[in-house]
Design a protein around this ligand. Structure first.
Ligand code: PMP
Length: 408
């Protein structure tokens, strides 16, 4: 991080606004790294958490259980693709990915194929910052350049070139098929369904996902869907896998899971995978985080999910999608803009060159909006509760800042 990059002191946040200590108020275009879907300080979320605090803030989850975890488990099993029946709670998205990778390894061990310990993932994919998660993240953007020698050597196939809304092409899938065919030690394919987020906000074809599922079945490889960035309606479907109508063998959820209130992640799997692990040695999945299924976090998650389901979320995401599309469209005319693309409540402006973080951030804040670009991407992932007027103010500010920065 740039040493002269500004850091702003936040005093409070309400609805879709962030209040700085100096009194300025910013419209939140980031949902705090994509998770605060109901905005900040939501009265129902606050009330549910206050009640839970009076009951207990935490209790160990070994040999004990509690209502928030049971309720959340039931909701997740009901809402996610039908084959996913078992849920494991952990602390963060990266840990949920570690858990998914360990589940896959232990599954093959229990089946007498302990040599299957390698993973296949997509270039430009990103799955987190821990050692295992980094080993399946893009070698260039996933920090391999610094930690490469410390990471397990996994297989990477080309990023799908086929766009969302279009069909997949044979070339895109050939690399995947060849990798499966030529390597016997693969435990699972891990990918971000439909949206490769941190690796470039790239939206790819649902058909690719369907074909990847078919190839996993053909070569008897588990499919891990990392829905940490896409889960809970961000792309317009409740889960991105729903665009392709597929059920993965393992799914990771995080970020939006608690509506951005507290840190919690979940790794879901099928009865077949869970039962196989239980039938092998040592007869139980070997992972036990201290704060597993924290009752406050589970309460936040169950409340957030119910709020989402009670809202007209499909129309709402469609409304945001339209506003982002119209609002960001003027950027398309700028020479410095390579492409504007929008999917669900994600609006992306891909530039031809990297943004100067320090000056552009100051300009965004000066314009009353909170936007955090990276690389050549300026993007918006607003809270779902943002109304059209506020969306318009947000996109107008973003267009003006980009125009100023690249034409002055
Ligand atoms: N997977 C994906 C797809 C993500 O976008 C992220 C976070 N950006 C992670 C995993 C890691 O999640 P966390 O930051 O909660 O560890």
């Amino acid at each position: 991080m740039n040493s002269d990059a500004p850091i702003y002191h936040v005093e409070s946040a309400h609805g879709v606004h962030i209040k700085l200590q100096d009194g300025r108020e910013l419209i939140d275009g980031m949902s705090s790294w994509w998770c605060a879907i109901h905005g900040y300080n939501h009265p129902e979320m606050n009330a549910a958490l206050t009640q839970q605090l009076d009951r207990m803030s935490h209790i160990m989850f070994g040999g004990l259980t509690h209502s928030p975890a049971i309720e959340l488990t039931e909701l997740l099993v009901e809402l996610t693709p039908s084959l996913l029946q078992k849920v494991f709670f952990s602390d963060s998205g990266s840990v949920a990915v570690e858990v998914a990778m360990k589940v896959a390894i232990q599954y093959w061990q229990a089946k007498g194929q302990a040599e299957r310990q390698n993973f296949v993932s997509l270039r430009r994919g990103y799955h987190g910052d821990t050692i295992g998660a980094m080993s399946v993240s893009d070698p260039e953007t996933g920090m391999h350049t610094i930690f490469g020698d410390a990471l397990q050597k996994n297989h990477f196939v080309e990023q799908p070139g086929c766009r969302f809304g279009g069909s997949s092409n044979a070339e895109d899938l050939l690399g995947l098929e060849n990798t499966f065919r030529n390597n016997q030690n693969i435990a699972a394919l891990i990918l971000e369904p439909i949206v490769q987020a941190t690796g470039g906000m790239w939206f790819y074809s649902a058909e690719y996902l369907q074909q990847a599922r078919i190839l996993c079945d053909k070569f008897d490889v588990l499919l891990i869907a990392d829905e940490i960035a896409t889960g809970f309606a961000r792309t317009g479907k409740l889960f991105a896998c729903n665009h392709a109508d597929i059920s993965p063998d393992i799914m990771c959820l995080g970020k939006t899971l608690t509506g951005g209130y507290l840190t919690l992640a979940a790794t879901l799997t099928t009865n077949e995978v869970a039962d196989t692990i239980d039938s092998g040695e040592p007869g139980v999945f070997m992972h036990g985080p201290t704060f597993m299924a924290n009752p406050m976090a589970c309460t936040a998650a169950a409340t957030s999910i119910k709020l989402l389901l009670e809202s007209p979320w499909k129309e709402n995401i469609r409304r945001i999608e339209n506003e982002l599309r119209h609002g960001l469209e003027p950027c398309q005319e700028f020479e410095s803009v390579k492409e504007v693309r929008v999917l669900g409540a994600i609006g992306v402006i891909e530039l031809t060159q990297e943004v100067a973080m320090t000056s552009i951030t100051k300009d965004f804040v000066g314009s009353g909006v909170w936007v955090r670009p990276f690389g050549r991407l300026v993007y918006l992932m607003p809270p779902y509760i943002m109304d059209n007027d506020t969306l318009k103010t947000l996109t107008t500010a973003v267009v003006s800042v980009i125009e100023r920065h690249f034409f002055d």
